[in-house]
Design a protein. Structure first.
Length: 241
C-alpha cells in the first residue's frame, strides 16, 4: 500500500506541475456551472432546490474529462520507454496501476470538492434533500471510478495519447449512450442484459437516492475488469521486453 500511495502522490504532483490539471478543472467547473446556473434548465428556471441539473451534466462532462486525464498515464510512459524502467523497480504491475488509478480519482475528488459551493448555495435557496445530494455525489464517484479504469486500459495498449483518449471516449460512449439506445429496441433477456450494461441506468438509480447492491456490483465489476485488462497489457509488455 505504501508503494501505491507513493506513486499516487507522484502522479498528483505531476498533474499540478503542468497546466493540464488547471485547464481541465476550469473546463469542468465552467461546463457544470454554466448548465447549473445559466441555462434555461437551470436551478432558477425549474424553481426547485435541487442539484439534479448539475449531476446530469457533470456525468456527461466526466465522460470527456476523465479520458483526457488518463490518456497520458501509461501511453506517455509507453512512448518514452519509462514504463519498462518503472516495471524493473521493486514494484508490481498492480501497484503501478492502482497508484495511477488513485491519482486520477484524487483529481476527480478535488474537482467535485470545488463544486461544493453549488450545494451550499442551493441549500440556502430552499429546502433540499440532502440524502439525494449525497447519493448524487456518490453516483458520480462510482461512475468516475469506472471511467478511470477504462481510461487506464486504453492508455495501457497504446503509446499515443490521442489514440488512448479516443479509445477511452468511444468505450465510455458505448456504456453511456449505445447500450441504453439498443436496449430499447430489444425485448426479453437481450434487452434486459443491454439495459444492465447501460451505465446511465445504474447512475440514475443511485443519484435518485436508491442504493442497490446490483448497482454497486456493476460499477465494481467495470473497475475490476478494466484494471485486470490493464494489468494483462502491462504483463504482455514486460514479457515482450
Amino acid at each position: 500500500m505504501k508503494q501505491i500511495m507513493i506513486i499516487a502522490r507522484k502522479e498528483v504532483q505531476s498533474f499540478f506541475d503542468s497546466l493540464i490539471a488547471y485547464v481541465l478543472l476550469v473546463v469542468f467547473l465552467g461546463i457544470t456551472g454554466f448548465f447549473t446556473w445559466l441555462l434555461e434548465s437551470d436551478v432558477f428556471f425549474i424553481k426547485q432546490a435541487t442539484l439534479a441539473v448539475f449531476f446530469g451534466y457533470a456525468n456527461f462532462a466526466l465522460l470527456i474529462f476523465i479520458p483526457a486525464v488518463t490518456m497520458k498515464m501509461l501511453a506517455e510512459e509507453n512512448k518514452s520507454g519509462t514504463i519498462e524502467l518503472l516495471l524493473t523497480k521493486p514494484l508490481t504491475n498492480w501497484q503501478v496501476l492502482w497508484g495511477k488509478f488513485f491519482a486520477c480519482f484524487a483529481l476527480i475528488l478535488f474537482a467535485l470538492l470545488c463544486t461544493l459551493p453549488y450545494y451550499i448555495t442551493v441549500a440556502n435557496l430552499g429546502k433540499i434533500d440532502h440524502g439525494v445530494v449525497l447519493c448524487g455525489y456518490f453516483a458520480i464517484m462510482l461512475t468516475s471510478a469506472a471511467y478511470i479504469s477504462i481510461g487506464l486500459f486504453a492508455s495501457s495498449i497504446t503509446s499515443n495519447q490521442i489514440v488512448s483518449f479516443l479509445i477511452a471516449l468511444i468505450i465510455g460512449v458505448i456504456f453511456f449512450f449505445i447500450f441504453g439506445i439498443i436496449s430499447s429496441v430489444f425485448g426479453g433477456t437481450i434487452g434486459d442484459t443491454l439495459n444492465y450494461l447501460d451505465i446511465m441506468s445504474h447512475y440514475n438509480s443511485i443519484s435518485r437516492g436508491v442504493i442497490d447492491s446490483r448497482d454497486l456490483i456493476y460499477f465494481g465489476s467495470i473497475v475490476l475488469i478494466g484494471m485486470v485488462l490493464s494489468e494483462l497489457s502491462l504483463s504482455k509488455r514486460t514479457i515482450a521486453e
